[in-house]
Design a protein around this ligand. Structure first.
Ligand SMILES: *Cc1c(COP(=O)(O)O)cnc(C)c1O
Length: 402
């Protein structure tokens, strides 16, 4: 294969990066290697992951697997990072990250609103290990500055944040974290590398739930971290191989296939989401729409500066949320009333503010006020799929009409 030095475009890299034809069979598509063990030709090979190097031949699939490796290389390329590590789920990636970097008496700053699983893991489990966890509104840079301490080991941001689509200025948060000597992580699941590449903006590590847009088809769980080779190699040893939450080769193979179409899917998701957001803004039953691609988004300037694609996630509010949610379960024809996001199928789910506050976020009075500025009493989180916009609008109208 000829190699050229010119930087290739995102669509080309989504198709080709990390993959190469099989050297023996010349198969063009990535092989699915399900073998858990590999025949060892060198009798001096050692039986511990501690002795493994990046150049070592394949030995055992929890250590490294050729199908998973292709996914890791493709994702690292798209994010502009040196190395990626794939995990069994986004939560397995978050657990590995916290376990690897944090120890007793460290201070962790986590976005006050974050994916509910991460918020609950950080606030309920990490304090049991002696880690001090502080929830901070990272869209407020002064709040971040005053929360930082000499013991702050990590700043964990998420943008756009699940579920309310509030944005964090990655460049600013990364710079403030660096000055304070803290490791800056960004959960970029909602943005994908098509919209935003946090490493290019100064973050140290990117986290993805591959389950969402990167897979894109709602049929495989996965997670990943991307960062520098030095950081990721150490993390792979301690927290991926030893903690063991690695990605199955079958899921890697499905997600790789999804990733090839990521840029064209994201363009379609964003285009349809904007049309639906505009439709809902005019709908008599809808009181508020939040979409980073609309000028009405409270952080419109940051959205345009930081996002090259506005993704397919939007939220809307109505007067009678629970009643509308009930009508959705009865009347929706195309859209599935279901959790998760980033699939080819559109998905919608109602998230009442009181339940989110009680179960996941436990915000203080000021933070809750800021949450309500984006979510009111509750939001419908809509993951706009790849269907026709007109069909989705008709479906929503059926459920929104009394
Ligand atoms: C879904 C999600 C996660 C968790 O990922 P899983 O693959 O479900 O474990 C983390 N962060 C965000 C933003 C998510 O949407």
């Amino acid at each position: 294969m000829r190699q050229s030095d010119e930087a290739k475009g995102m669509r080309t890299r989504a198709v080709h990066a990390g993959e190469r034809p099989d050297p023996i069979t010349r198969a063009s598509a990535p092989n699915l290697v399900m073998s858990t063990t590999f025949v060892i030709d060198d009798a001096s090979a050692q039986f511990s992951a501690n002795a493994m190097t990046a150049e070592a031949p394949y030995a055992y699939t929890r250590w490294a697997n050729p199908t998973v490796r292709q996914l890791e290389a493709k994702l690292a390329d798209l994010e502009g990072g040196e190395e990626g590590i794939a995990f069994a789920s986004g939560m397995a990636a978050a657990t590995a990250l916290f376990l690897h970097y944090l120890e007793s008496e460290d201070h962790l700053i986590v976005s006050d609103v974050a994916y509910a699983g991460v918020a609950e893991l950080a606030r309920q489990t990490l304090p049991r290990l002696g880690i001090e966890v502080e929830a901070v509104d990272l869209s407020d840079l002064d709040a971040l500055r005053s929360a930082l301490r000499p013991e702050t080991r990590m700043v964990y941001a998420e943008t756009p944040v699940n579920p309310i689509l509030k944005l964090t200025d990655i460049r600013a948060v990364a710079e403030i974290s660096r000055e304070a000597g803290a490791f800056c992580v960004v959960d970029s699941t909602f943005a994908t590398p098509v919209a935003t590449r946090p490493l290019e903006l100064g973050a140290d590590c990117v986290l993805h739930s591959l389950t969402k847009y990167l897979c894109g088809h709602g049929d495989a769980l996965g997670g990943a971290l991307v960062g520098s080779r030095a950081e990721m190699s150490a993390l792979r040893q301690g927290a991926a191989i030893h903690a063991g939450g690695v990605l199955s080769p079958f899921n890697a193979w499905l997600i790789l296939r999804g990733m090839a179409t990521l840029p064209i899917r994201m363009a379609a998701h964003a285009d349809t989401a904007r049309r639906i957001a505009e439709y809902l803004e005019e709908h008599p039953s809808v009181t508020r729409v939040i979409y980073p691609g609309l000028p009405s988004h409270p952080q419109d300037e940051l959205a345009r500066r930081q996002m090259e694609n506005f993704s397919g996630m939007l939220t809307f509010q109505v007067k009678a949320g629970r009643e509308t949610a009930r009508r959705m379960t009865e009347r929706l024809d195309v859209i599935h009333y279901a959790v998760s996001l980033g699939h080819q199928r559109s998905l919608v789910f109602y998230l009442p503010t009181d339940e989110m506050q009680e179960n996941s976020f436990r915000l203080d009075a000021r933070q809750l006020e800021r949450y309500r500025e984006f979510a009111g009493d509750g939001i419908f989180r809509l993951s706009v799929g790849l269907e026709d916009a007109d069909d989705l609008c008709r479906d929503l109208d059926r459920a929104l009409r009394p």
